[in-house]
Ligand binder design. Sequence first.
Ligand code: NOJ
Length: 555
Amino acid sequence: MQHQFILRTHHVITLVLCVSASDDFDWTKNEKTSFYYGTFPTGFSWGVGSSAYQTEGAWNIDGKGASIWDSFAHRKGKIFLNDTGDSSCEGYYKFKDDVTLMKDMKLNHYRFSISWPRILPSGLKSEHINEKGIKYYDDLINLLLDNKITPVVTLYHWDLPQILQEKYGGWQNVSMVNYFNDFANLCFERFGNRVRNWITFNNPWSIAVEGYETGEHAPGLKLKGTGAYRAAHHIIKAHAKVWHTYDTQWRSKQKGLVGISLTADWGEPVDVSNQRDIEAAERYIQFYMGWFATPIFSGDYPQVMKDYVGRKSGQQGLGASRLPVFSPQEKSYIRGTCDFLGLGHFTTRYVTQKNYPSGVGDSYFADRDLAELVDPQWPDPGSEWLYSVPWGFRRLLNFVKSQYGNPMIYVTENGVSEKMLCTDLCDDWRMQYFKDYINEMLKAIKDGVNIKGYTAWSLLDNFEWDEGYSERFGLFYVDFRNKNKPRYPKASVQYYKRIISSNGFPNQREVESWKRKAVETCSSSNQLLAAAARKSQGGQEHAGMQRAWPVHDEV
Ligand code: NOJ
């Protein structure tokens, strides 16, 4: 299993696929078929995901430098309840236990990220390499491999070294391209003999829009109408550079893959018989996923982005488009820099045309000329934005197939949250979400989409960015009130285990029994959690408590 991610394809074939032409996507055909019983192709890779800032804690330990998220979260009023990731799940100390949880689930891969400032505290490779940080990731990688779990490593899950933000303006500055490349190169040098699956950036849309346009995320800049485009431009260049570095310096020795993880909601036209709605839905997707995927697969921004941002910039009286331009050399350098496409997907929107007159709050959002709607019938168990719409997943996957020449896809994130106050470990809504979304992914494979693996988001409840700890995405509940941060399995752990061990959904009788069986185990976990809560309310602090975690079947 160690090289499961990697053995799937031949690199040359992938490159050919990456630059092949796109087909037309049929917007009018939205099949919502009944549940499909069947299994995934042999060797399909099942995993869970996490990221450094969201889970590691140890924010200033063993020589780690500060990241933009450390600084942002330490500023009052930025994060819900002023929470921080200072200790989070204490993953830095508890990774051995976490690997045990993963082993018990019989996972094929684990997706985690490397904190850039943990190994390069000043951001720069030329200044100082923090060997203690390297050792942490070495130990984690070795343990995963000992347990036959393939490491899938993200190089940038949003935690830029703070000093690079202060000195250069972070992703607003093109110098990040070389600094990031140096960091990536160091990771290939130190870990690449064991790590074969690399993701350059996680969800660059969020980095650009929430970090530099709306300011809801670190570094919190509100550069409306320009900040996101500039950040994205540099991120795309940085991705391409790292891919080339791997390709020329490491690939022949290390034989790995380098991809990017794009997050995209699906956009469905409100009225499929209305051409303007279809065009608005397509714009929604092109401004979201296409913004990054089209340069990487075809060399340049989607035509519709160039048209809309260019026209709006003209109306504002600007001499040039707010959307930066790639030179012909850059286009050919960027085109085809994907060995696989990582896809994060959570939800869907209905989309319709809506004009935003120029001059009224020019922004990335206004540039798109559209409105997003939701169906109030869609289940919405946790995060405000996250409605469960499984059929949107199949639509998105088919869109990727037709737009980008059927690339190899790894689903790098998919999951659902519940609210902070929900302490019910019998998470029926999550089991339903996984069941339905994974089933739509199976249908997409039957449609011919080239999906090789799936990563549930996430292993543990963790720091959900500006929402702090108020939204729980974990398969395992983490008791954040307890300094030991004990993990408790939710029922969905058992459910996901069944999907993994059956490699899909074998038959109706069996699948229907899964929820019942999963719920049998979660009621005892609920009792344990309630007892722990009573104890802590009774003033007994848990700090230093050495009780073994109530994990998996023994609870
Ligand atoms: C995508 C992000 O990559 C991840 O960090 C986050 O927790 C999930 N979305 C859920 O919001």
